[in-house]
Design a protein around this ligand. Sequence first.
Ligand code: ATP
Length: 285
Amino acid sequence: MTQTASSPPSTPIIQLDSVRKTFILPDGGRFDAVQPISLEIARGDVFGLVGKSGAGKSTLLRLINLLERPDAGRVTVAGRELTVLGRRALREARQNIGMIFQQFNLLQNATVYENVAFPLRIHGRHSRAEIDARVRECLELVGLSDKLQSYPARLSGGQKQRVAIARALAPHPEVLLCDEPTSALDSETTRSLLQTLRDINEKLGVTIVIVTHELPVVDQLCDHAAVLEQGRFIEQFAIEDISAERTSVLGRELADLVRERRRRAELAAGSESSSVISFPKASNA
Ligand SMILES: Nc1ncnc2c1ncn2[C@@H]1O[C@H](COP(=O)(O)OP(=O)(O)OP(=O)(O)O)[C@@H](O)[C@H]1O
């Protein structure tokens, strides 16, 4: 992507500098959903945002691509400060930031193919042949090459989310934002979707930021996580680093999951007949 060419590799791909978001409520009151927060996410990271309902996770995620505009602070993605861009430049910069949602947000009256082609068509810079090749490539990536002409209503939840991932990846983004991507899926489907997200991170180098209330998802997918409470960061850590005492309940629960995963992996390693499958973790955790 052109906007990253001049950035040294060590520069964080996402930088939030003292971003703040206050909502004005219907009764005229104010609600501070995100208190001033600063955050840096490294290129290639898989970063989880966890916290109780209403903690401000989704709002913070939406500040990264300016779906929510901060009241104060700066948002920089891939070396480009989004908070100073005009509409057209922002639209262009957002091509570098894909997003998926809990409820998939697919176009119901369009086929799978058309859904994935949509972001390429509205950008208008691609030939028909280029779009065709990219749509097929993205659908192959998520294992849906046989569903090109299906409509979303005919797909399972897991398949719908895969279409949403293919659509988000179509413009070659460097960042993928995921807002509760597995909350509407059963555990088996969740497991395979997480593997797909892992592959996208490892094979394509896409940086992933995920909001979820499911701690096992964070344990299985993420390299780093931050715990939010009432719009503030309580703590931030590498998932695999359980040596230091965690200060939040969620942080401690996540450390327990890591211990349990390691215990099961050890058991499985010691028993040839075991059928326990350990989930692969990234080496940069
Ligand atoms: N557009 C809005 N107008 C008013 N209040 C809002 C708006 N969007 C979010 N909020 C409030 O801001 C707070 C944070 O919302 P947010 O969705 O970011 O939390 P969350 O941690 O993602 O919670 P959940 O897990 O329940 O989705 C909540 O109290 C929510 O009601």
